[in-house]
Design a protein around this ligand. Structure first.
Ligand code: NI
Ligand code: MN
Length: 228
């Protein structure tokens, strides 16, 4: 599996020959100005919730790439109204077998509305199992006790967790989340993009190290091979 970071909570993971793009938010992010959005390819786009900082470039990239969008039902309906028909509606607790692996929609404790304030359904995360390995993207969320279920019943090789605090869990809770899900390889997202979520990278990495876990804070544009 190959991970590529596009800033904030936008990243791609290549798995089983397919490119999965998550939470497209690039053009409004000044930190991601070097990312060439026209060059981004995707077979699937997975959307955790309706907030601007997760869907700003969703319609554009769905059209540009021809990718199939995987989201909750409310975001699916909103997309069809904008001419995006290649989409797969899901909801929390549901799973589906795609050609790259199985996606299960997990609980996220957050809120979700579209940029105009209208209802965007419940926020979600995704646990993805494939022949190449498993990973979990929690979406924007607080630390929740539900994460223990993931640790007890699923294998997770890599997890992508928000670490920026203020709008989501911060470092200390993300360490506990990593313990709950029983995963040692964490990639942090949702940090540094704006003032409220700026973090100290050294302290963050030390806290994970102290817990016997590895935290990667990716650089925008960077690709990391996450094959075990
Ligand atoms: Ni959000
Ligand atoms: Mn967010």
């Amino acid at each position: 599996m190959k991970f590529t970071y596009y800033g904030h909570s936008c990243f791609a993971i290549e798995v089983q020959g397919k490119t999965l793009l998550f939470d497209p938010f690039i053009t409004p992010n000044p930190l991601a100005s070097a990312v060439e959005i026209d060059k981004i390819k995707a077979d699937y786009i997975l959307v955790s919730h309706g907030h601007e900082d997760h869907i700003a470039d969703l319609v554009l990239l769905a059209k540009n790439t021809g990718a199939k969008v995987i989201s909750n039902y409310e975001i699916y309906v909103w997309l069809t109204k904008q001419g995006i028909e290649k989409a797969h509606p899901m909801n929390t607790g549901g799973k589906w077998n795609f050609d790259f692996g199985t996606v299960e929609c997990t609980i996220a404790q957050h809120s979700s509305s579209f940029p105009d304030g209208s209802y965007a359904g419940n926020p979600m995360g995704f646990h993805i199992s494939s022949a190449e390995g498993n990973f979990y993207y929690s979406g924007d969320t607080a630390l929740t006790l539900d994460m223990k279920l993931i640790g007890d019943y699923k294998k997770t090789d890599y997890a992508l967790l928000p670490v920026g605090d203020n709008f989501t869990m911060g470092i200390d809770d993300a360490v506990i989340a990593a313990e709950f899900i029983k995963c040692n390889n964490i990639i942090g997202v949702h940090f540094d993009t704006f003032g409220f979520i700026k973090i100290d990278h050294t302290t963050a990495k030390q806290k994970f190290k102290k817990a016997g876990k590895d935290l990667t804070l990716p650089v925008i544009g960077e690709s990391i091979n996450i094959n075990e």
